[in-house]
Design a binder for this molecule. Structure first.
Ligand code: AMP
Ligand code: MG
Ligand code: MG
Length: 210
């Protein structure tokens, strides 16, 4: 039987961190400022494309602490889930502890291995993280200032722009788990998409910068 690692080209990274934030929202009029309410990250081995570890916390918003009915319906996140959770800076500290436990960064935030984030679109690391960090006076760590946008990876390989994650799930015939707009479920489905793009012979490149 073929070794799993042989299915994929060698990547320029040791690990990928799949990330998909959820935030406070409303419709038809959007909330401003939006605040992060779900912080899920999957650690993917860049040789096997298997998930090796998971970080997952809900986050208590402080400017608009009450979730709109629209937000709960969209994300599946209910009021109690955020009320019982830590605030953003506490969750971010736990995330950095997790990165250290996984030997991805040292205590000074310096990378120990080659890793980068993978997101669907640029919103997570270009928009909402900088906004959230500004709100709490937190400096964005260097390792989060560049990332791979899976929509650009797909376009590189397949030569057309995918309008959404749902489109990519459908394109590859992936059996999606959970519900769309649950951050952790979105991450697992994004991991499946990333694996499919890698199977096409793709070599992941950084495409987003702050
Ligand atoms: P997603 O990763 O696609 O689940 O979306 C991330 C965040 O974008 C959500 O948690 C919402 O804050 C916001 N969002 C996504 N879709 C909508 C929508 N149709 N209307 C308002 N906000 C949305
Ligand atoms: Mg998303
Ligand atoms: Mg999502």
């Amino acid at each position: 039987m073929q070794n799993n690692a042989k299915q994929f080209h060698e990547q320029n990274f040791d690990y990928f961190l799949i990330l998909d934030f959820e935030a406070t929202c409303d419709s038809p009029r959007q909330i401003y400022p939006m605040e992060i309410i779900e912080f899920p990250v999957l650690k993917i081995n860049a040789k096997t494309f298997e998930v090796e570890d998971e970080f997952h916390r809900y986050v208590r918003p402080t400017i608009n602490p009450i979730l709109s009915p629209f937000c709960t319906q969209l994300t599946g996140i209910i009021q109690e889930m955020v009320d019982d959770s830590d605030r953003f800076y506490q969750v971010f500290n736990k995330f950095e502890d997790w990165l250290q436990q996984n030997k991805l960064i040292d205590e000074k935030q310096n990378p120990l291995v080659r890793f980068t984030f993978i997101t669907c679109g640029d919103w997570d690391l270009k928009k909402i993280l900088p906004l959230q960090c500004r709100l709490v006076g937190y400096e964005i760590p260097k390792y989060m200032t560049h990332w791979i946008n899976v929509k650009k990876s797909f376009t590189d390989q397949v030569r057309h722009w995918p309008k959404s994650q749902a489109y990519l799930v459908e394109y590859f015939g992936i059996t999606a788990i959970g519900r769309a707009h649950s951050g952790i479920d979105d991450c697992y489905n994004l991991a499946a998409i990333v694996r499919e793009i890698a199977k096409l012979g793709h070599i992941n490149l950084i495409y987003g910068w702050l």
